[in-house]
Ligand binder design. Structure first.
Ligand code: PHE
Length: 353
């Protein structure tokens, strides 16, 4: 092969790379082209091996060197251009909106519940979520080894036992706030407390989480009757669930109230009828009976008033307490079949509220 022929072949490689680099916009493509031309099996490398067939090897060697230099220069320029492209910023482009967060649905419910009760003169308080047996059980008319204690699936804290206060437990209900509130007010009614806090029980399934929230109402004054309790429940039902919602109380038993009740609210979907149509052929699948059970209530037991230093002959009171998660998920349209979702931390779920 003559030097001229060899030179022409080398020129072709240069032209090819030039064309290829014109459409190479990213650093990755530039690097790929480098391998394609200068790599072990690259077209330039293969051509350089043909030097043995050229007549004038000295001249051919010089040609090879300059061509290699040209190819490397072209690649270097293309590399810089690609890097500059990456760093280029269009300052006139509209900005990216940062995502705006919002409070957790359970926090929203707590704020709403607080607001509803503040309207009628209740004060929001918070009491310990790790508390003494005394406030969680003993002062609530549940003496040691009383079977009623078994209902509360209690977590006990591995801490020294106090002579007067007993063991330390994770609060199983917000009722621990009752005697604490009486003490805070130096046993001087009137008391109108709304206590919202975390509670813990050893149970977990689709409708229970080991950690949940309760809100507890306590009213103590002269002449407080069941009528006041019922009126307060009806007021809450209408405020929280909407006009027309009714409350219902059914006889029950708690150690710390006498009489005691379970509290139901009429269903939002079927308006308490249990049916979706007037002919009563289609059962409401949300409630099945027209009512949803939400929690407990009752007239404060005289022993509890005494534990808080209040004379039960002079004062009476009512108390109620139930779960925030359950109360919240009963809201119209929110047919949540697994409350554990509330604590899954899954933003796809939380964004909906
Ligand atoms: N503490 C009870 C529970 O967790 C509810 C309750 C509160 C009942 C106040 C009566 C009075 O189930």
């Amino acid at each position: 092969m003559t030097t001229a022929e060899y030179s022409q072949k080398l020129d072709t490689v240069v032209t090819e790379l030039k064309t290829a680099l014109q459409s190479a916009t990213s650093s990755e493509t530039v690097e790929a082209l480098k391998t394609e031309y200068l790599g072990k099996k690259g077209s330039f490398t293969l051509l350089s091996k043909q030097i043995k067939d050229v007549d004038d090897k000295k001249e051919a060697g010089q040609l090879l060197n300059t061509t290699k230099q040209t190819l490397e220069d072209m690649l270097a320029t293309a590399r810089t251009t690609a890097a500059k492209k990456l760093a280029w910023i269009d300052l006139t482009m509209p900005g990216k909106k940062p995502e705006v967060g919002h409070t957790h649905p359970v926090s929203q419910a707590m704020e709403e519940i607080t607001h509803i009760f503040e309207q009628i003169g209740f004060t929001r308080v918070r009491y310990p979520e790790v508390d003494w047996d005394h406030y969680v059980f003993e002062a609530l008319n549940m003496p040691k080894s009383h079977p009623a204690r078994d209902e509360w699936e209690t977590f006990f804290v591995d801490a020294p036992v106090d002579n007067q206060m007993g063991k330390m437990v994770l609060t199983t209900h917000t009722s621990n706030g009752q005697v604490r509130e009486m003490e805070r007010l130096n046993s001087q009614p009137p008391i109108r407390m709304i206590n919202i806090a975390r509670c813990y029980r050893r149970q977990q399934d689709a409708t229970h989480t080991q950690m949940f929230h309760q809100f507890e109402g306590l009213v103590v004054d002269k002449g407080i009757t069941i009528q006041h309790l019922k009126g307060t429940l009806d007021y809450f039902a209408e405020q929280f669930y909407g006009p027309g919602t009714k409350s219902r109380i059914r006889p029950f038993h708690f150690q710390f109230t006498e009489p005691s009740f379970e509290v139901d609210f009429s269903c939002q979907i079927c308006h308490g009828t249990g049916y979706l149509d007037d002919a009563e052929t289609q059962k409401c699948r949300f409630c099945k009976s027209g009512w949803h059970e939400v929690g407990g209530a009752g007239m404060v037991h005289p022993n509890v008033l005494k534990a808080g230093g209040i004379d039960p002959d002079e004062y009476t009171g009512f108390a109620f307490g139930w779960g925030i998660e359950r109360t919240y998920t009963l809201k119209e349209g929110l047919n949540l079949d697994d409350i554990r979702l509330l604590y899954s931390g899954d933003l796809r779920f939380l964004h909906q509220f």
